[in-house]
Structure formats: structure tokens, C-alpha cells
Write a protein that binds this ligand. Structure first.
Ligand code: G6P
Length: 614
């Protein structure tokens, strides 16, 4: 959710913090703020509502002076997106400065207690209790680190906090409790960095330490000391991470979303690289963390995720059944974690999370582990929480995704799930040599097929031009195309704010059909697979009610132009891999509709890329 950046060193902090925030803005963009301290303890706070650019243009050329600073981009949970609610927050005296990602669940009672004791609150946020709590601990003679430790012990909920104090101008204190999203410490030459995730460190350092749940750190310009919230001292050695691709721009594209859609052939190819061998056929997943005995003992798979990752999980379920021969089901991570799932050591829980930081998915992983299941992350972000909770990880190698609406990681997750299903199928003797060879040969064609699908851009734009003023859309698909229909609807509502529903086409008659009239475009994914005839029935039923049909059809289909008002062609592809091809025009449709409607495509209202609160 919120983005966090901190700096302590020999350079002016404000430009470094603001630049770091600009790379994290996808995490939240309701408001932004920074606080800078100079060596004599003079504190300057600057906050503004809306996007970071409002704050940066206000500060341009007049950065607050000082070599210690913290900054935050906010995704509001408690209190509206106002300047007073923007972080950083301070205590009554203005000595302790805090930024926070997460939710303080017991903030009401803490606020009552603090107000009773004389604290002056200035915002409606849950966060503001933290500087007041720390300030109270400081009055009994503790230093900032000790006072933060004591204060955080009073907090229930999730919190990643970064704190500084006027009286200790060369110190930052950070802590992480209860899966509140990441905190990473970056080591520079005579300077140190703190961030909620890696892109903020690009160009500064590749040497980092990730905080675990319950870890605290005290950071000065020359290094960091680690401890547990309980007080136990820790030793943490920095590791080197690959940040090459993290400093990225839009290139020739107007939006990240367009760039990331166009990057999909490469994203899929990179995910395959090193993992799939075509001759002789083999899959290599060295980070899986499951040995042959564990794989042989599996009795079922549960694939979980949220948002686009849940839609990818739905496709993955089909792969687990058809390629690995394992009973499989899917669930929203947020539901799974609370439904007391009946799983054991023979269950494999696959957690799909491009960011590796979605709190519901992380908590579901913990729950699965508590119940003894094998847990594997399907993830795009090295070093993220998800990669450290499970037995292992299958990485999608899509590079950083910046647009809030996921595109290339949808295809990357599906590709990784396909590879994993082939791997499990082969190890379990379900995919024999010849069938494995066929499954992998199919995969080898994928980057080229996705490239072909991208050529439907002009046709998709023409469809968008005809329909962008519609206020409702229905997406229908069957079999492997059902999750694609869900994803098409999700993309459209995310970026264009058009109300859209995705349905298994068989369900159409059981409710959605009541909505169909001349004002309701229906996107029917009717490629030539086993469900084609049934999809034609759906299309006829829509037309009989004057609905407008936009068909996603296999290249060369001559029947659909007679039945549908609009047809977008995609190349023929193996049935199981067809979702990776049909998803492409639906992503482009959402993009073009949003552009025509003048929406903020890369940062849609109310959304955030990484959701670290429940
Ligand atoms: C947010 C993003 C979505 C993403 C979902 C799950 O809602 O806006 O694009 O699909 O989180 O994210 P994850 O990182 O777990 O895949």
C-alpha cells in the first residue's frame, strides 16, 4: 500500500527521498509528504494531497535542508485524503516524526488514552497514535529506538514504521510488525537508505537487508543495528540484489500499462528461460523447495491469490488437473485464510502474488504452513515476503510492473503455473515423455503467439471507439476462458471505471441475461476450442435480446462475423495456453476505453498496486 522512503547520510535528503517516492508512487497516491531534519535538529515537514507531483512541484528549488529525511506516499485507510491526514505525523511537541504503512487496529482506545493524558491530535488517522506513544516513552528517558520498541508493543494490527526525532538528528528507526508490507535497508558509502520496496533504492545501492516480521533497525549514516521487537539483538548481513531493471521508464509509450502489455512476449519468454528445456523435454525449478518424495505424496493443490493473481490462479487450477493429474481448487486468499481449510502435509498450497507483499495472500500462506501444508509462492519480486514464507518459489521473470492494473504478470503467473504443472506431472508419472514434450512444445510457441495477438491493437481500438461510452459490460467465457472473462472485466473496471462483470458463459441464463439489452455490450470469448459451439449458443441468446456482441475469435473464423457486431481475431493456440492469447486484446480494450474516457490509466482512483492492509 503506502510507499516509504528514508535517507541518512552526507547528502541533502529531500531530493533523494522524493526521487525514491516517485518510484514507489504506484503503492498509493492519495497524498504524499516528507520530513527533513538538519544537524541542529531543525525539522521541516511538507505534505500535499493528490499525487506526488503536487508536492514535488511545490518544493521545486526550495527543498527543506538537512541530511536525514523520511517520505511517504499514502493510500488512505483511516481519514480522508487531506493534507492533515497525510504522513508524516508528529507528536504534540513536534519532536517525533512517523510514517507508517498498515493499520493500527486498536487506535481508538489508544487515542482516547493519549488524549486523556494530554496529547494533541491533528489528524483522523490511526497512524498518529504512534508518534504520541513514542513521545510518551521518551519522557521516561529512553532513546528513540527504545521508545519505539516500547510504543510498538502497545500496537495491535500491522505496521511498518519509519521514525525520526529532532533530538537525534542522525538516526532513523524502522520496524515491521505483522506483515505490514516490506521494509528494506540499503547500504551506501557513508549513507544508508530505508524503503518499503526495492525500486526506491535503484541507482543508490544493491546491498540490502530485508526486515522480517517483528524486526527493528536503528540506522545511521555508517550502518545499521538490528534487533527483535522483544529486544533480542540480531546479526544481519547485507545481501546483493539485482536492481538492474528496477529503474524503468515508459520508453516510447504514453502509459506504463501500454508498455507492459507490449512487453508480454518477452515477459513470458524470460519466465520460460532456464526453466523449460525443449529437447529433450524437461522443466527445471530449482527454487521449488519440494523433493521428489514430497511431490509423490501430494494429494491435492489449492491455488490462492487476489485480484488478477486470483484470475491467474483459476487458470492454474486447470493446469494442475490436466497436466499434473492432481485434484485442484482455487480460493481468494482472503477467504482461504479464515475458512479453516482442511489441508495437511499432502496438500500443496500455491500462493500467486506478483508483488509477494499482498497481506491476505501472505497470511493465507502462514495459515497453510501452520496446518502443515506445503507452500510455494508464484511471484515476480525477488526478496519479497512471499518468497521467504513458503517452502520455495517459482518466479515469473517479468521485470517490475509499474501500472497498477496488472497485465504482464497475469501472463507471467499463468506461464509459471503451467511450468509447475508440467514439472509436477512429470515427477508424478502423469505426464509421460511424449506428453511432456508436447506440452513444452506448445509453450515454446507462446511468445510468438502473444506477439501475434498484440497485432489486434488497431481492431481493439476501433471497438473501443464504438463502445467507450457504455456504462456496463458483460464478459463471457467457458473452460480456460472463464478466468479470462473475469480478468477482462476486472481490467475494464479498474482502468476505465465502467461497470463490468465476468461470468462463466453457462451462468448467463441464470441472471445476467436479465441485464442484456441494446445498451449492454457483451464480450464473448469464442475461440475454436471444445466450448466453441456452446459459446455460439450464448452469442445467439444475447443477440435475440438485442445485445451487442464483441467476439474474441480464432483467426480465420468466418462464422462469427455473421453473428457478432464486432470481431477481434487472435491466433490459434493450444487450448490450455489460449488464455495467454485471448487476454491480450481484453487488456488492450480496457486500455483504449480508459484512454478515450480520459482516465488516469496507470494510477486508477482508489486502487493501489500492493495491498498490504486487510
Ligand atoms: C492489487 C492490484 C492488482 C493485483 C492485486 C494482487 O489489487 O491493483 O493489480 O492483481 O493487488 O496483487 P499481488 O501482488 O498479490 O499479485
Amino acid at each position: 500500500m503506502c510507499g516509504i522512503v528514508g535517507y541518512v547520510g552526507g547528502r541533502e535528503a529531500a531530493p533523494i527521498v522524493l526521487e525514491g517516492l516517485s518510484r514507489l508512487e504506484y503503492r498509493g497516491y492519495d497524498s504524499a509528504g516528507i520530513a527533513v531534519l538538519d544537524a541542529s535538529g531543525i525539522l521541516t515537514l511538507a505534505r500535499d494531497v493528490g499525487k506526488l507531483s503536487n508536492l514535488t512541484s511545490r518544493l521545486e528549488g526550495a527543498y527543506p535542508p538537512g541530511c536525514t529525511g523520511i517520505g511517504h506516499t499514502r493510500w488512505a485507510t483511516h481519514g480522508g485524503a487531506t493534507e492533515l491526514n497525510a504522513h508524516p505525523h508528529v507528536d504534540t511537541a513536534g519532536d517525533v516524526v512517523v510514517i507508517h504503512n498498515g493499520i493500527v487496529e486498536n487506535h481508538r482506545e489508544l487515542r482516547d488514552e493519549l488524549v486523556f493524558a494530554g496529547a494533541v491530535f491533528r489528524s483522523e488517522t490511526d497512524t498518529e497514535v504512534i508518534p504520541h506513544l513514542i513521545a510518551r516513552e521518551l519522557t521516561i528517558g529512553l532513546n528513540l529506538e527504545e521508545a519505539t520498541r516500547a510504543a510498538l508493543q502497545r500496537i495491535q494490527g500491522a505496521a511498518a514504521v519509519l521514525v525520526m526525532r529532532r533530538q537525534e538528528p542522525d538516526v532513523l528507526v524502522a520496524a515491521r510488525i505483522a506483515n505490514a508490507g516490506g521494509v528494506v535497508i540499503g547500504y551506501g558509502e557513508g549513507e544508508m537508505f530505508v524503503a518499503s520496496d526495492l525500486p526506491a533504492l535503484a541507482g543508490h545501492t544493491r546491498s540490502v537487508v530485508f526486515l522480517d516480521d517483528g524486526d527493528m533497525v536503528r540506522v545511521t549514516a555508517t550502518g545499521a543495528t538490528y534487533s527483535r521487537l522483544s529486544g533480542e539483538v540480531l546479526t544481519r548481513e547485507p545481501q546483493t540484489v539485482d536492481l538492474e531493471n528496477t529503474a524503468i521508464g515508459k520508453g516510447v509509450y504514453e502509459h506504463y500499462m501500454a508498455k507492459e502489455i507490449a512487453e508480454q512476449p518477452e515477459a513470458v519468454l524470460d519466465t520460460l528461460r532456464g526453466a523449460a528445456q525443449f529437447d529433450p523435454p524437461a522443466v527445471f525449478l530449482p527454487g521449488l523447495g519440494l523433493d521428489d518424495d514430497a511431490i509423490a505424496s501430494l494429494s491435492r493443490v489449492v491455488v490462492i491469490g487476489m485480484g488478477t493473481s486470483l484470475n491467474a490462479a483459476q487458470v492454474g487450477r486447470i493446469y494442475m488437473e490436466q497436466l499434473a493429474g492432481l485434484p485442484a481448487e482455487t480460493d481468494n486468499a482472503s477467504e482461504f485464510r479464515y475458512r479453516r481449510p482442511i489441508i495437511d502435509g499432502t496438500s500443496l498450497v500455491l500462493a500467486v502474488a506478483q508483488s509477494g507483499e499482498t497481506v491476505d495472500t501472505l497470511e493465507a500462506m502462514h495459515e497453510a504452513k501452520r496446518r502443515g501444508a506445503r507452500v510455494v509462492a508464484i511471484c515476480n519480486t525477488p526478496g519479497s515476503q512471499a518468497t521467504r514464507i513458503g517452502d520455495g518459489t517459482v518466479f515469473l521473470r517479468c521485470g517490475p510492473e509499474v501500472a497498477v492494473a496488472s497485465t504482464k504478470t497475469f501472463l507471467g503467473s499463468i506461464t509459471a503455473l503451467y511450468l509447475l504443472a508440467c514439472y509436477l506431472g512429470e515427477k508424478r508419472g502423469f505426464l509421460t515423455g511424449r506428453r511432456l514434450g508436447q506440452a513444452l512444445d506448445d509453450l515454446a510457441r507462446l511468445p510468438q503467439l502473444i506477439g501475434e495477438a498484440l497485432k489486434s491493437d488497431a481492431a481493439t481500438l476501433a471497438v473501443a471507439e464504438r463502445h467507450y461510452q457504455s456504462e456496463h459490460f458483460l464478459f463471457l467465457g467457458r473452460g480456460p476462458q472463464f478466468p479470462v472473462a473475469m480478468e477482462g472485466a476486472l481490467k475494464l473496471k479498474e482502468v476505465s471505471y465502467i461497470h463490468a462483470e465476468g461470468y462463466a458463459a453457462g451462468e448467463m441464463k441464470h441472471g445476467p441475461i436479465a441485464l442484456i439489452d441494446a445498451a449492454m455490450p457483451v464480450v464473448a470469448i469464442a475461440v475454436k476450442d471444445d466450448h466453441y459451439t456452446k459459446m455460439l449458443n450464448n452469442i445467439d441468446q444475447v443477440r435475440a435480446r438485442e445485445g451487442k456482441v464483441i467476439a474474441i475469435a480464432t483467426a480465420g473464423d468466418t462464422l462469427l462475423p455473421e453473428k457478432a457486431q464486432d470481431v477481434i481475431y487472435v491466433p490459434e493456440a493450444p487450448t490450455l495456453l489460449q488464455p495467454l492469447v485471448t487476454a491480450v486484446p481484453l487488456q488492450m480494450l480496457a486500455y483504449h476505453m480508459a484512454r478515450l474516457r480520459g482516465c488516469d490509466i496507470d494510477q486508477p482512483r482508489n486502487l493501489a498496486k500492493t495491498v498490504t492492509v486487510e
